[in-house]
Design a binder for this molecule. Sequence first.
Ligand code: F6R
Length: 259
Amino acid sequence: MEFVIRPTQADVSSTVADIVEGYVCGGPTTLGLATGSSPLGSYRELARRHRESGLDFSNARAFLLDEYVGLPKSHDQSYFSVIRSEFVDHVNLDPERVLSPDGEAADIAAEGARFDAAIREAGGIDVQLLGIGSDGHIGFNEPGSSLNSRTRVKTLTEQTRLDNARFFDTVDDVPHHVITQGLGTIGEARHLVMIAFGEGKAEAIAAAAEGPLSAFCPASVIQLHQHVTVVIDEAAATRLQLVDYYRYALDNKPPWQAF
Ligand code: F6R
């Protein structure tokens, strides 16, 4: 696991954009996209690079982490819509090749297996962007999620519904159920990039990276992965015990070693 602690949110977004750009420029690639506020700056930076320097997404495809159950795709807060309005509409990534779990599927119980099969058929995800919830969730795998879970329907905690109420008119409008890539599904992506800003995420980042491997903190599953980059600002790094070592390791990174 590698930590990249940057002074500002803009620096974090720029580092994440560098990582994604490396994949996009390296040939056909499959991106794993998160929604929520954490990756937004990275999406804006990638859109800027597309606009100003011609960064080309025509060889990329993408899968989303999760979707609300029962929210129509046309709703402005469905993740189907959000990823288009925040990112896909601003680059030359074919919207037909941006797939998300279908929260309106007639057979919602079977939708997770269908989605996992689609990821497999695409050859898997090269780089998966992840935010982290204040309770340690990734995707919408709330505490108690099996560390080997597959894409399936989950019930949001009241804390997550409150956290996400800022995107809706009232908390009552936040759906109770979601369909999310499982922790096992996420773990199959070849590179995980976790993004976090602010003191409100400091405890969750410390628990994920330095706490026990536990379903109580679903994000701790990243400890089992062989290629993880945690890109955070100073405020999100304040609870890390080994922060000095992480900075030292980054400062002394061998020149040949990419992220
Ligand atoms: C969103 C997702 C969630 C968010 C998490 C953090 O697709 O999977 O895990 O990443 O809730 O949300 P923000 O970034 O809004 O703090």
